[in-house]
Design a protein around this ligand. Structure first.
Ligand code: HEM
Length: 138
């Protein structure tokens, strides 16, 4: 039962985090096309004030829940080396943890990312992670 609860927490947390990135990259980023710059910036900030309170925490919850599940399902490495499932899960865990670390440094320590500063990078990683989360079971 514990695993199912953590799995649900993971799904909800990544829905909040990933949901924001989809909304930001597909819609909010385009407000500049329909509003004058000053109004577009004000409209964005009116949303970002609330985003900053929730999304970084959702990311951390997603990573912590993911780490718990990782150690439940990863299993042992056989003599023939990593299985396909283990390789894809490791890649998913690395990309997700990278996002987690990047988010924590940025939000809680004010350390801005060195590379890929826009929200396009996490957006692309989240899409890759979602594919990996399904392909790893194939
Ligand atoms: C922050 C980025 C992350 C996103 C967007 C993400 C997204 C997802 C998605 C969409 C699923 C599939 C849910 C399902 O089909 O039921 C999933 C499952 C999973 N995730 Fe993540 N994840 C992230 C981070 C992590 C991290 C950092 C880890 C491990 C260190 C992790 C470990 C897992 C595991 C083990 C599963 C399989 C759960 C299962 O089906 O039993 N995730 N994740």
């Amino acid at each position: 039962m514990d695993y199912t609860i953590v799995h649900l927490i993971h799904i909800f947390a990544v829905s909040v985090y990933g949901g924001f990135l989809f909304t930001d990259n597909l819609f909010m980023a385009r407000m500049k096309e329909t509003l004058p710059d000053k109004e577009a910036a004000a409209a964005r900030e009116a949303i970002m004030i609330h985003v900053r309170k929730v999304v970084p925490k959702a990311l951390i919850v997603a990573v912590v829940a993911g780490l718990y599940m990782f150690f439940q399902v990863f299993g042992t490495v056989g003599e023939e080396g990593l299985s396909r499932f283990q390789m894809l899960l490791l890649l998913k865990a690395f990309l997700g943890s990278w996002l987690g670390l990047r988010g924590v440094l940025q939000v809680f320590f004010g350390i801005q990312p060195l590379v890929f500063k826009s929200h396009k990078f996490p957006f692309i990683l989240v899409i890759m992670i979602i594919f990996l989360s399904q392909l790893m079971w194939e």
